[in-house]
Design a protein around this ligand. Structure first.
Ligand SMILES: Nc1ncnc2c1ncn2[C@@H]1O[C@H](COP(=O)(O)OP(=O)(O)OP(=O)(O)O)[C@@H](O)[C@H]1O
Length: 635
């Protein structure tokens, strides 16, 4: 569950920051947004703080202990061997404590940081999964991948590097200053002269490092986007022999990223070395000032020794904090981007939760049954029983729809499909056939009119129930990485292997599966490589059989199928469509010639309807399509 408070904080801050340019890090908003995730771990953070404090104190006490050994023991001319041993033992104890507490602090912070980031990553993925299709039309998959991977990784670095550095290095700096003033105020004040110089150099480097860092990140994301684009368009690249050109473009991007990376590394090295030089200059300065004081007997030698050690340690935290600046910035920008994803609300939603679990008295009994019993994860057979009462009568009542304002796709369409009827839908490309199906599946909501199943508006049916009720076999059926069995039962362990095999035999897919090297256990890749479009559709038919939906929709594969597979599909469709409402978007008229009714669509409207014979006699668009297809098959 996404903490509403985090979103609220974020939105409030965004409203206040409306005038800020985009992508500028908004530190306060980012920290407020993250604070909701940090709060449950406050005791761990307090523990980290305490461990850090102890580790720093035990580390910083070591030079002080040396000062005591030098001034109070060695230079005081005491032959106190016992005292020296005690100091040595304490020194060892302190070193050991530093080690142990640093280890605990590091582990604890890693643990908390990782669990916060894992939680955000999970919520982000869940949130993306809940979005409607319209969201995916508007948002590139590349940017969503970046949010789930790189942006959450930036948060990971924030917790494990930036936060650690702010805790450890910030506190170290403060304590070193305290120790220096404690040892000798005059010498400490001399050292403070250095602070403005250090600050100016750090600020100058910071802006330069930021620009090199951003350049490298931008070039990296361009390169990643290019690879993602290439992978998804691989068919086109190979079909048009674009490999060489793509290679050239990739090399160009890769080269630019390489240069930006080198520049970033060089800047960091120069910055680090500049700090080394400053550190050495400061040591020389303190040795000169402090040495004179020691010679003049105004300063103890042990104090000078401790001072020099502290000066050495002083530069390290400043260096680290400055270096972490870039990570802090990219984490802040990552929070901005992740939270803007969280802000998007799905356009297609279920009715209020209570309406879903407590259907209004007016709703008919069937809907109540569907609503109460078909949540995923319940006993599958129980869900199917509850759907048994559904007949599958579908009514499109004067529906209109558009993806973009002012570009109507479906215009005032009326269509009544009786329960158990088989409907074929044909029409020219872009006529709105797939859009009609998307509306029935509620991938989008109609702009006007309503779609009802057994008299219930699809907007009143929980989406989980609706998608259980409708079985969709797409043009390019999606197959998951996994075995054939898993792909058919969709990883639902309540469906047995025997049921899967029976379903495959029923639709006639078993012969194809038997030829595969691993049979039913053959591992398929994401795109189901190794299987043709027709074979993938047959596997989808088997899916339909095991899930027993009341309505079957087939968006027929437009690719040319060999006559054997086509015949298998025809037979499978015949058996699968028995006793269920079936809608087939047909690219080959042979698939739907036997349909009870054929709908001809053009520009978002139904222009003809009737059975094959009636439409041929009508001599309209269908007849033309038919004659055309006959001509093609004859040629
Ligand atoms: N996600 C989308 N965003 C914007 N416009 C879309 C989207 N999907 C489809 N369209 C447009 O809507 C119109 C109808 O498309 P649709 O896919 O429903 O037609 P179709 O009849 O199924 O075509 P085909 O037979 O080629 O699959 C087309 O002009 C198409 O460009």
């Amino acid at each position: 569950m996404r903490p509403a408070q985090a979103i609220h904080n974020w939105q409030m801050d965004q409203k206040a920051d409306l005038n800020m340019p985009e992508q500028k890090p908004q530190y306060v908003s980012a920290f407020r947004a993250l604070s909701v995730y940090i709060k449950p771990h406050r005791w761990s953070f307090i523990a980290v703080f305490c461990c850090t404090l102890i580790a720093i104190l035990t580390e910083l006490l070591q030079p002080y202990l040396m000062k005591i050994a030098i001034d109070d023991n060695l230079l005081a001319g005491k032959n106190d061997y016992r005292g020296l041993i005690v100091i040595a033992v304490i020194y060892l104890g302190l070193s050991l404590s530093t080690l142990v507490f640093s280890y605990i602090q590091n582990n604890l912070l890693q643990n908390v940081g990782q669990s916060i980031v894992a939680r955000i990553r999970k919520q982000l993925f869940d949130h993306i999964m809940k979005q409607s299709m319209g969201y995916f039309d508007r948002t590139s998959s590349g940017s969503l991948i970046t949010h789930v991977s790189s942006d959450t990784e930036a948060l990971n670095q924030f917790f494990n590097q930036v936060l650690l550095s702010l805790f450890r290095d910030g506190l170290t700096l403060i304590f070193i200053l305290v120790m220096m003033f404690q040892l000798d105020t005059t010498l400490a004040l001399y050292c403070l002269i250095l602070l403005p110089i250090i600050s100016i150099i750090a600020i100058a480097f910071r802006s330069f490092m930021r620009s090199t860092y951003q350049l490298a990140r931008t070039r990296l994301s361009r390169m990643v986007a290019f690879v993602a684009e290439n992978l998804s368009g691989m068919h086109l690249i190979q079909a048009f022999h674009q490999q060489k050109e793509q290679e050239r473009q990739f090399n160009e991007r890769n080269g630019l990223y390489f240069k930006a990376n080198l520049r970033e590394i060089r800047t960091n090295v120069v910055f680090g070395r500049t700090f080394d030089i400053l550190s050495n200059l400061s040591i020389a300065f303190v040795t000169w000032i402090g040495g004179r004081a020691v010679l003049g007997q105004d300063l103890e030698f042990g104090v000078l020794y401790a001072f020099i050690t502290y000066i050495r340690q002083f530069f390290q935290p400043i260096n680290t904090i400055t270096q972490q600046w870039n990570t802090l910035q990219s984490a802040t920008v990552a929070v901005t981007r992740i939270w803007s994803v969280f802000e998007s609300k799905p356009e297609v939603t279920d009715r209020e939760e209570e309406e879903a679990s407590e259907p209004r008295a007016k709703k008919d009994d069937e809907l109540r049954q569907m609503t109460l019993t078909t949540e995923r994860g319940e006993d599958a057979s129980a869900s199917l029983q509850s759907l048994d009462g559904v007949k599958g009568d579908i009514e499109f009542e004067h529906i209109s729809f558009n993806y973009e304002e002012g570009v109507p796709i479906i215009r005032g369409l009326d269509l009544h499909i009786h329960a158990g009827e088989m409907i074929g839908v044909v029409g020219t490309t872009g006529a709105g056939k797939s859009s009609l199906i998307s509306l029935l599946c509620r991938f989008y909501d109609v702009k006007e009119g309503s779609i009802r199943i057994d008299g219930t508006d699809v907007r009143d049916i929980p989406q989980s129930t609706l998608h259980r009720l409708i079985g969709l076999v797409q043009q390019e059926p999606y197959l998951y990485s996994g075995s054939i069995v898993d792909n058919i039962r969709m990883f639902d362990e309540s469906i047995t292997r025997e049921e899967v095999i029976a379903a495959c035999e029923f639709v006639g897919a078993d012969a194809i599966i038997a030829k595969l090297p691993g049979g039913y256990d053959t591992k398929l890749s994401e795109r189901g490589s190794g299987l043709s479009a027709g074979e993938r559709q047959l596997i989808s038919f088997a899916r339909i059989i095991v899930f027993k939906p009341k309505v079957l929709i087939l968006d027929e594969a437009s690719a040319n199928l060999d006559s054997h597979t086509e015949q298998l599909i025809q037979q499978a469709l015949h058996v699968v469509s028995q006793e269920r409402t079936t809608i087939v978007i047909a690219h080959r008229l042979s698939t739907i010639m036997q349909a009870d009714r054929i709908i001809v669509m053009s520009q978002g409207e139904i222009v003809e309807q009737g059975n094959h014979q009636e439409l041929i006699e009508l001599g309209g668009q269908y007849c033309e399509l038919y004659e055309h297809s006959q001509g093609l098959s004859a040629s």
